[in-house]
Design a protein around this ligand. Sequence first.
Ligand code: GCB
Length: 604
Amino acid sequence: MLYPRETRTRECKDLSGIWHFQADPDGHGRSFKWFSKGLPCPILMPVPSSYNEITTDPQLRDYIGDVWYERYFYVPKDWSDRRVMLRFGSVTHSGTVWVNGEEIVRNKGGFLPFEADITNVVYYGQLNHLVVCVNNELSWEMLPPGEVSFHQDADGVSRKDLHQQHDFFNYSGIHRPVYLYTTPMTYIEDVTIKTSFEGHTGFVDYQVCISQQNPSFLSDSIVKVFLYDASGNKVAEGKGEIGKIKVQDVQLWNPGDAYLYRMSVCLYDEQHVEVDHYELNIGIRTVKVEGNSFLINGRPFYFRGFGKHEDMDIKGKGFDHALILRDFYLMEWIGANSFRTSHYPYAEEVLDIADRQGIVVISEVPAVGMLSKAVPAMGELEDVFHQEKINDKTLEHHIRVTRDMIRRDKNHPCVVMWSLANEASTMEENAEPYFRKLVDETRKLDDRPLMIVNLMLIEPKKCRVSKLFDVIGLNTYFGWYSEMANLKAASARLEQFLEDWHRTLGKPLMITEYGVDTIQGLHRQPPVMYSEEYQVSFFQAYHQVFDRLGYLKGEHVWNFADFMTKEDLVRIDGNRKGVFTRQRQPKMSAYTLKERWTAPAEIS
Ligand code: GCB
């Protein structure tokens, strides 16, 4: 699915703004036909945003079930000869959409875009009625998995509860921009590019997919692609739906030194009249795992950075350009070269900026909480890979969202690896066929390396799936969830744990999470848990081990910033493992990391 862009042949309208909104705890919306009659008692709600913390109503913050959104929009008269699309960047977790009373699309999965062709449903030059029903319930057949139960409130009303195994607040709503956009009736449906280079020559293998609506047109159509350098000079071109173009004196996309070419894709009819035009930025680079090395452009790459979240005050997981840019500038300031989109695909606009800033991204599917615990580093785990929990339907959904993520993100040079799960119960026997199928299906789609992120309770010999992956991520919290307040013991455990993994597997290992909850402004000398000094000491202790061992392929701190979780005894107004506060200001540890990550020897 191509990102909606304005080009010579396409137009785009952003439907962000204030919409009507109504929660539907009694399930009246469908039976009373709110989708055609409108919402009876709406309040105002911003889009994009989570709805949970916009009002002061505690029931809306913790609400589980259907909510409804509504707005009106015009479709210009002169759009009547084009294909009109309605596209949602994400709706968490499920959405059903009606235009002028007609259901046009349903989607399950809260972190990827979906769209519908509304050409024949809209009134041109007139107002159109748009209604969206959003549901935030989770089940074992969705990602992340969850379970809904009921409880009786003191007022006798039965209410829904959500049991979730993942450690972030279940923010819900229309989280990313909603676009109305046009394409010509015959249009460029998809573009896939693969890049490589030899010496000073770059190669771009491309494949353009044209819509199949008019087969007679297709036989005479001509596709041309043009490549422009960063100064706008044409440097190469190709003809045909599939081709390979050569770029002399190629400028590679490198981490920290991004170079982007602009690719212009044109579709002409037999009279050479341009029918459709699409543009995308591309970076020429290679990615490979070779033995124990992770190579970008043939050179070993060491990941320095963070696991992040899409999370902020008030907006929750609502898309916000200012916040996204602030995060990138902070990453630059601290010397980070990469991040993981823990624990779900982020807005595509984030990847656009990473492409431009030369920040390397590990893209993760929402496969988090595939185990029996919310804070998985603690306590015994029960089996979850069985018919009642993670079953064939979960796998089907997992394959689908992985495919959708790859389809969306495949052309971004910043994305160097796909992470297919975070802390699944990978020691279970049934986990093996599950992940084997998932890995097989994923490898058919793309050749980037695949990563699995393991929790620290899983010993290497007991993990049944790591052998299927190219890179193993390890989440380590010795000195926090175990060996509490004892960093000497924690370092020893960490070293032993990493040595075991290294000896057993012989594959590239990276630390995908390490960190401790830290309350900004809490100072204690000698350090105690939750103080800023303890976070600093913890990082220093871990870094000594990493440097001694020497074979790790990266260090991603947990977390970039504090983020909201559900309420819990171990969560003081959310998860406080951020190196930055939720308002994106540095804690003491940020300076420790900056010193390490900007030291000349560390720059690779
Ligand atoms: C983990 C999870 C992450 C949690 C973190 C923690 O291992 O992957 O989602 O937030 O631990 O802070 O407990």
